[in-house]
Design a protein around this ligand. Sequence first.
Ligand code: ZN
Length: 353
Amino acid sequence: MINQNCFKNLKHDGRNTLLKQKTYATFDGQKSLKSLPELCLDLLSEQKQEWLDLREGCKSLKSIRERDLSCRGFSVRLQCNPMRIKSSTADVGKKNVKERQCILCVDHLPDGQQGILYRNEYLILCNPMPVLSSHFTVSHLDHRRQAIDEHIDTLLQLMADFGSGWTVLYNGPKCGASAPDHLHFQAVPSGQIPIEKEIRREKRLTLMTQVDRVLLYHLRDLGREVITLEGDDPMAVGGTFKRFLNALKKVLLVNEEPMMNIAGFYKERKWRLMIFPRRKHRPEAFFRKGNARVVVSPGVIDMGGLLITPVKKDFERLDASAVEGIYREVSLEGKTVARAIDAMEVYQTGIME
Ligand SMILES: [Zn+2]
């Protein structure tokens, strides 16, 4: 199934050989017998047989507990998932990231792991510590930093290739990415993150502005800031996204990527990006000592309303007001987001670079 042409741009013979070993199938966007989701699901069932860690991870997902909480205006689902302790407490500080072995580099992948070579640039891998069934990581072949401005086109392309029924996710390097130094996205089946239901209620949506036929909505009463961009031309959606990103930088007076998580949905030739602007990665309670510590480390899935609690005690004691407090703390303030949207109108430079 491996197309030899796919490797022509890869520099090192050694890595080519390794990549061949790690490639279960290729997807290059050409018409093929199987769609991308079909290839990924084939990979998953094969990997469950060949790779023990994944098999165990998927098995443990079947016995986890979940419970719903009604917060003011919205609901969340808590998931008690002890497997996620490593990821939730990962030291993502610069020093540690530099010193540790990168978990997404091809030459560090575990023995049994294989992936789908995606458009000759990424490897789609099964996540051995899944939060949802069929949880995939889309990892760049090169070790390069997590950054959305240069790679928003890939996110939009992935959304179209996975198609409706799937959600493509992005975590900013400082707010949820467990490998902030290695570019990656995630893909999961749609319909499992609570906010997907919440946004179906029309009254939540306020149209704020329209740029190049892309609609920008603010979502009300969700206890955290959520913006959506919606359009039928991926170039225009990407351009408007960059305009929003640049406006946020301007308002926050930063040069680096403003903290954010993104969930992408594709349906009937429409691209919809749901953006969660952030001001903090972890809430203050995460850093408390002893019994007062609450292990929550919100990334995009948590911001979407599926809050992962690896510690049983936290799963049992978190209530609606505690969750509302966590969202308030880690989400960017409404007035800052509103200022960024206003700034989009006048801020024209640096949009299409
Ligand atoms: Zn890496």
